[in-house]
Design a protein around this ligand. Structure first.
Ligand SMILES: C[S@@+](CC[C@H](N)C(=O)[O-])C[C@H]1O[C@@H](n2cnc3c(N)ncnc32)[C@H](O)[C@@H]1O
Length: 235
């Protein structure tokens, strides 16, 4: 970098700082969406299948990729248990086990989006956990930032790990990925439910893989603009 561009850079920073130009969330959102859409365009050839519905995505992953083998399934963001129940029904292997993490009192912070906002408390189940007949499950109630470290104290790297990230927020997604990093086995699938938002789950995923220099392979996707994606980390 030349001396001139270095001085110019400092001057521009100083001007912006002095003018106290506010942070434009919408601009940030658009820039992140551009980042996401360019990344998708570059990588989407890797998707073997793209489905309309997430149910079909789940079925494909379980039947064709996992082949209904024994899995350890972790779901972050359970709410009323719709996606959790689908997974426990699809994977009928008796040795599989399913863990769900949620406050069950809704989002712990506002989810800001220029097109629609979800405020703190959205998705609240009033503290009630979903009721399931299938015994192969356990729920952890509370902030993931509190429950996940406790859960991991006794957790061993499983043979096949399936993680469904549906927390919507950057903060929790980043926390989950960084904390699970050392527990990811060779056989793994991570599903992100709100990937296309760009500013939250995708941003956390990109920050995570770039920071830890982790390679990955795209497996399959569903919904418009690749909103849901299934990814395998190359461990
Ligand atoms: C979109 S909903 C989950 C929907 C569910 N997976 C389904 O499809 O049926 C998002 C959930 O993430 C939970 N959540 C977000 N951040 C969290 C955090 N830091 N700790 C615990 N739960 C969190 C919220 O409570 C909310 O229930």
């Amino acid at each position: 970098m030349s001396n001139l561009s270095f001085i110019l850079g400092r001057k521009i920073r100083l001007i912006i700082y002095t003018l106290r130009i506010p942070y434009f969330y919408t601009l940030d959102y658009i820039l992140q969406f551009l980042k996401f859409s360019n990344w998708i365009k570059k990588n989407k050839y890797q998707f073997k299948e793209v489905f309309e519905e997430r149910t079909d995505l789940y079925k494909y992953i379980n039947n064709k990729i996992i082949k209904n083998k024994k899995i350890t399934y972790l779901e972050f963001g359970v709410a009323n248990g719709d996606s959790f129940k689908e997974w426990i029904n699809f994977n009928s292997n008796k040795k599989s086990f399913f863990f769900g993490f949620d406050t069950f009192t809704g989002l712990p912070e506002d989810y800001v989006n220029p097109f629609y906002n979800l405020s703190k408390g959205n998705f609240s189940q009033n503290g009630n956990i979903p009721k399931l007949k299938d015994k192969r499950h356990k729920f952890y109630k509370g902030l993931i930032q509190k429950t996940l470290p406790i859960f991991l104290k006794k957790f061993k790297k499983p043979e096949y790990l399936v993680v469904n990230v549906d927390v919507d927020l950057y903060s929790a997604t980043m926390f989950i990925l960084c904390n699970l990093k050392d527990y990811i086995p060779k056989n793994n699938i991570f599903i992100f439910d709100e990937f296309a938002t760009g500013i939250h789950e995708f941003r956390a995923f990109k920050d995570f893989v770039d920071s830890y220099r982790i390679k990955y392979k795209l497996i399959s996707s569903s919904n418009d603009c690749y909103s849901r994606v299934a990814i395998k980390f190359i461990i």
